[in-house]
Design a protein around this ligand. Structure first.
Ligand code: C5P
Length: 230
């Protein structure tokens, strides 16, 4: 374990230069890093390797969803980059998740988590798909499926963390975005939770983007969050 901090900084930047400008101010003992679809599509595996080589735990947030064999091979390729954690879409089904986890069964393989029902999709999207469930029921159902497939946890909102922690027990990772320190702007997040509240709700890791990446002093912002959680 490189850091005790639950903070994962979301590197939502459009270029390597902007990413490195921030990362050079940080160190692996204060936080982990998340590389998502925009940055990966622009900068590719070489940037991920560079962050890993700099000593950071990297969460590769590409949310794989495809036929089981393809997802398993993609997970293997991500593991070969040396990432700490990666994810799939639970909607890909239990077989897809099982094959993905099996592809990562060697020691030292990254953690594998799943996205359940995206917070940007609500009741209207479920109704349009003809799925007779509420978003909360979907989250619980998909989290159960994720756990049955042997994955390490899910991405969920910090509001959902309370009930998921009850359902899934203590060892299942709950990785929560939508986090805002009390004095930070909400940006476009509808429902936000403070770092302290998220941890009280049962979060394992906090994904935090703009409050850190847009801060005039990102390092200080992370250290303030870390010390608020001790
Ligand atoms: O800047 P901010 O803290 O809002 O960034 C949150 C990060 O978490 C972004 O990378 C976003 O894509 C991701 N995320 C989210 N809500 C979800 C799933 C992922 O905000 N439901």
């Amino acid at each position: 374990m490189k850091t005790q901090s639950p903070v994962i900084v979301a590197l939502d930047f459009p270029s390597e230069a902007e990413t490195l400008k921030l990362v050079e101010q940080l160190s692996p003992d204060m936080c982990r890093l998340k590389v998502g679809k925009e940055l990966f599509t622009r900068c590719g595996p070489s940037l991920v390797r560079r962050l890993v080589d700099a000593g950071f735990d990297v969460f590769l947030d590409l949310k794989y969803h495809d036929i089981p064999h393809t997802v398993a091979q993609a997970c293997r390729a991500a593991a070969d980059l040396g990432v700490w954690m990666l994810n799939v879409h639970a909607l890909g089904g239990e077989k897809m998740m099982l094959e993905a986890k099996t592809a990562l069964s060697d020691s030292g393989a990254p953690l594998l988590i799943a996205v359940t029902w995206l917070t940007s999709s609500g009741q209207a999207e479920l109704d349009a798909l003809g799925i007779p469930a509420t978003p909360e029921q979907m989250v619980l159902r998909l989290a159960k499926m994720t756990q049955n497939a042997g994955l390490d946890g899910v991405v969920c909102s910090a509001q959902e963390a309370v009930v998921l922690r009850e359902q899934a027990g203590t060892d299942f990772l709950l990785v929560t975005p939508g986090i805002r320190p009390a004095d930070a702007s909400r940006d476009d997040q509808q429902r936000v939770v403070t770092p302290q509240q998220a941890m009280t709700n049962g979060s394992s890791y906090l994904v935090i983007g703009r409050p850190i990446t847009q801060s005039p002093d990102p390092c200080k912002t992370i250290l303030t969050i870390n010390s608020s959680l001790v």
